[in-house]
Design a protein around this ligand. Structure first.
Ligand code: JHZ
Length: 396
């Protein structure tokens, strides 16, 4: 049974940056209700309204993983580890985006899977074998008939974006060698609760994983966790290392039982924990609105930094628009001169001078706070302040 614990109101599709400002309507289905539930049996957190993947991941997907040094550094580190520990003969990445990870691997040993053709074009252009397809059983069979099996499969911030998770793992199991390794990484729901980062919910994040839910989910496909790593990326993620249950050559590390028991102790198996989270989110919304109002009453200039999918949720939920935030800056070329969906706020291509005469910056990309603070020393030195809602609404 799926029980609702969060209602973030009517929301536009994140990552659909508008060319000009348009008031979106519920009638025309440009807005959907963003409600979130907890499955008391599977322990999985999911959205109630699921948008078809073909609408979300099209030929014009703006998000590029390579836009942040934090992510490219994290992928580089991971590639060294994978090569050292697992020495893959054939490495498959589901959701290869613009190749931020696979660029660290030998071209002859990599298969990329990417449904967005603008991104698939990038990895193909770099010489990597790329399927421009959604991850499903058809594709898994297609790859199988060409390559037979694959010994290492990796996916970051992608599987939680796919509606039918059973098909996802069936398609993986279909292709993985008997002693093959599956590595997935996604935002951790435990971190999401701790940081009150309700903005992890938007249409693309159909699911938010916990170790508890992943353990249950993969068991049906004779897969099990053998290691879990905690990561700082995307506001606190977990990297799950998975093997076939009958592969006894790999020992299960203590990190697995440790993470599961931490989650159980925190109450991730009980609906009450989720309900409390829902109540805290409402408070967070009111506190953030108060901060913005107070600053605006003093006639101060506020801009946004990082036009993230997450910011789309916050701004629409808290009803904050261009009456409060003058513009957003973002380094992503495909977002520039566009508007935040649902809110009339322009996104400008990042350049340092756009921070001149700015009093406050709302951190849309709060997950890259350290990287941004390092870059914006001058703004901080001039007494510029940041606004964030994570872990609690405050001015930094
Ligand atoms: P970032 C996207 O979410 C969508 P978003 C997706 N659904 C997902 O799961 C995660 O990514 C992984 C900009 N930026 O990573 C770049 C600067 O301008 O938090 C990006 O537009 N200057 C696939 O959108 C944005 O901020 C900087 O110095 O929530 C960051 O987006 C830095 C560091 C970033 O993901």
């Amino acid at each position: 049974m799926i029980k609702k614990f969060l209602d973030l109101g009517y929301q536009p599709l994140a990552n659909k940056y508008l060319k000009s400002y348009k008031k979106l309507s519920i009638k025309k289905k440009e807005l959907y209700r963003l409600t979130v539930g907890f499955n008391t049996k599977t322990k999985l957190v999911s959205l109630f309204n699921k948008i078809p993947d073909k609408i979300m991941f099209d030929n014009n997907y703006p998000y590029k993983s390579s836009m942040s040094k934090t992510m490219t550094d994290s992928f580089k580190k991971l590639s060294v580890k994978i090569k050292k520990k697992f020495n893959p003969k054939l490495f498959l990445e589901i959701g290869s985006n613009d190749g931020a990870l696979i660029k660290n691997f030998d071209k002859n040993k990599v298969i990329c899977v990417e449904p967005c053709s603008n991104l698939a074009k990038i990895t193909r252009g770099k010489g990597y074998f790329t399927y421009n397809n959604y991850w499903d059983l058809n594709l898994s069979n297609k790859i199988k008939s060409k390559f037979n099996t694959v010994d290492t499969i990796y996916s970051a911030n992608t599987l939680t974006h796919i509606n039918d998770l059973n098909k996802v793992f069936e398609s993986i199991s279909n292709l993985l060698t008997q002693d093959g390794i599956l590595i997935i990484e996604d935002p951790s729901f435990l971190e999401c609760i701790k940081k009150l980062s309700y903005d992890q919910f938007y249409n693309e994040h159909i699911y938010i994983f916990s170790a508890l839910s992943v353990k249950k989910l993969i068991h049906e496909f004779d897969l099990e966790l053998f290691d879990i790593e905690k990561l700082d990326t995307h506001g606190g993620s977990l990297r799950y290392f998975i093997k076939r249950i009958n592969n006894n050559k790999i020992k299960i590390k203590k990190t697995v039982s440790k993470q599961i028991s931490t989650e159980l102790k925190f109450g991730l198996a009980n609906f009450m924990t989720y309900k409390k989270f829902g109540i805290s989110v409402k408070k967070s919304k009111n506190d953030l609105i108060k901060i913005f109002k107070k600053i605006k009453n003093k006639n101060k200039k506020i801009i946004g930094y990082g036009a993230t999918a997450k910011a789309c949720t916050v701004l629409n939920y808290c009803n904050i628009g261009n009456e409060t935030i003058d513009y957003f800056v973002d380094t992503t070329p495909d977002k520039s001169n566009r508007f935040i969906p649902g809110k009339n706020i322009k996104i400008k291509r990042y350049k340092k001078t756009l921070l001149d005469n700015v009093d406050y910056i709302y951190l849309g990309a709060w997950n890259f706070k350290n990287e941004i603070f390092k870059k914006e020393k001058q703004f901080i030195k001039k007494n510029g302040k940041f606004i964030t809602h994570v872990p609690r609404p405050k001015i930094i």
